[in-house]
Design a protein around this ligand. Structure first.
Ligand code: ADP
Ligand code: ASP
Ligand code: MG
Length: 405
């Protein structure tokens, strides 16, 4: 007998029929003798619909009220799944984040889970219930409802699995595992049987939305055995593993990309101590996260600084930069919100030279201009024009031999 935490994403619970088929899968696992905790997302499209409703009234929406609104999506699915389970003779109880005691900080819209008091859930499991928990939501110290950021149900599932010391956390979704790249962009993408936590963390942070990054962080921190599988097909899916000695290392495991990028440049600022701080300080104070940063070699005592931000923050960052530039006597401020980032990820990069060369050569052959580059031990990222995203991903996928055999 095992304790399993299963998570079903939006598409997997997108209709009454689909919720009923999730119920059958859960019942089957319970009939095999497992204790079951099931975390569900809102029905597909529902969170987007709620965001749009809020925007129609107020933009930006009040963060606290937005969380009250967004949390309703998951409240619908937990109740429906519990009913579907009851109907097929499987005793079940649904819990909102508040009822399941998922305590978070107070950062509305992007709260972090701090603690889970699992006493009630454990008692239900012991009593033979399937416990159905609302993903993506929690409650802060004041008792206010919080949400965990888009894709946050993954994190609810992993955090529940960590708290309960589950035998496995299974993320059921609309693909049958983690692929070498998003199969929607490259149909030749290959499913990976295994991927290391380290690589999955990079893939998620570089834009692969198959798992929310915080769920991978949690799994790494608490050593939660994590698997991504299909809701619709049988199969082993992809296991996220800790790096094993002797595991044959592919040079590159996958290609991630992020369409939500924008880039800003301040040209002709004095090259002296404190300038980067004067430029990026106000950006940070406005709660805008900066990703890549590049400073050029100076000419005539002046330099250029370029950095990237999330596309949603582009207008705000541009306005701040224009103000800062005046104070610094900068020559000009430039911005571009039609760029994307493509990244190669692989632990094998550590021991293989020449990967950057192959990457740049491949892009050059396709006539794709590289606007920025950044590297770390197990990834190389480039910023290119948005219109070349698909072409770039497919060319690199081919060049690194990632396609199906
Ligand atoms: P869910 O609603 O179940 O949480 P998501 O849409 O959040 O599902 O995540 C699944 C999607 O992630 C897939 O449909 C796929 O398009 C996308 N995806 C991006 N990168 C990858 C990858 N490397 N492997 C698999 N899927 C990926
Ligand atoms: N329903 C939320 C979203 O669409 C959380 C999730 O699906 O994981 O982002
Ligand atoms: Mg998701």
């Amino acid at each position: 007998m095992a304790l399993l935490v299963q998570k079903y994403g939006g598409t997997s619970v997108g209709s009454v029929e689909r919720i009923q088929s999730v119920a059958l899968k859960v019942k089957k696992a319970r009939d095999e003798g497992h204790q079951m905790v099931v975390v569900v997302s809102a029905m597909s499209g529902e969170t987007n619909r709620l965001v749009a409703l809020a925007k129609a009234i107020q933009e930006p929406s009040n963060p606290r009220e937005l969380d009250v609104l967004l949390s309703t999506g998951e409240q619908v699915t937990i109740a429906l799944l519990a009913m579907a389970l009851e109907k097929i003779g499987c005793p079940a109880r649904s819990y909102t984040g508040f009822q399941a005691h998922i305590l978070t900080d107070s950062a509305f819209n992007k709260a972090r889970i701090q603690e889970i008091d699992d006493a009630r859930v454990r008692a239900d499991l012991e009593a033979g219930f399937v416990v159905v928990v609302a993903g993506f939501q929690g409650v802060d110290e004041q008792g206010d409802i919080t949400t965990l950021g888009r894709g946050g149900s993954d994190t609810t599932a992993v955090a529940m699995a960590a708290a309960l010391k589950a035998d496995e956390c299974q993320i059921f979704t609309d693909v049958d595992g983690v692929y070498t790249t998003d199969p929607r962009v490259e149909p030749k993408a290959r499913k990976l049987d295994k991927i290391t936590f380290e690589e999955m963390l990079e893939m998620a942070s570089l834009g692969s939305k198959v798992l929310q990054i915080r769920s991978v962080e949690f799994a790494g921190k608490y050593h939660v055995p994590l698997r991504v599988l299909s809701s619709f097909e049988e199969g082993e899916g992809t296991l996220i593993t800790f790096e094993e000695d002797g595991m044959e290392e592919a040079k590159i495991s996958g290609i991630a990309f992020n369409r939500d990028e924008a880039k800003l440049t301040v040209r002709g600022v004095p090259d002296m101590p404190g300038v980067a701080y004067k430029i990026l300080g106000p950006i940070g104070e406005a709660n805008i996260e900066v990703d890549m940063i590049v400073q050029n070699i100076s000419h005539d005592g002046t330099t250029d600084l370029t950095f990237t931000v999330h596309r949603n923050d582009y207008r705000k960052a541009l306005a701040i930069l224009q103000e800062v530039a005046k104070g610094l006597n900068a020559r000009e401020v430039l911005g571009d919100d039609t760029i994307v980032k493509i990244s190669l990820v692989g632990v094998g990069m550590r021991s293989h030279a020449g990967i950057a060369g192959t990457m740049f050569g491949t892009l050059a052959k396709e006539g794709i201009n590289i606007r920025m580059i950044s590297t770390s031990e197990i990834k190389i990222s480039v910023v290119i024009d948005e219109k070349y995203l698909e072409l770039g991903v497919r060319a690199l996928h081919e060049a690194f031999g990632l396609a199906k055999a």
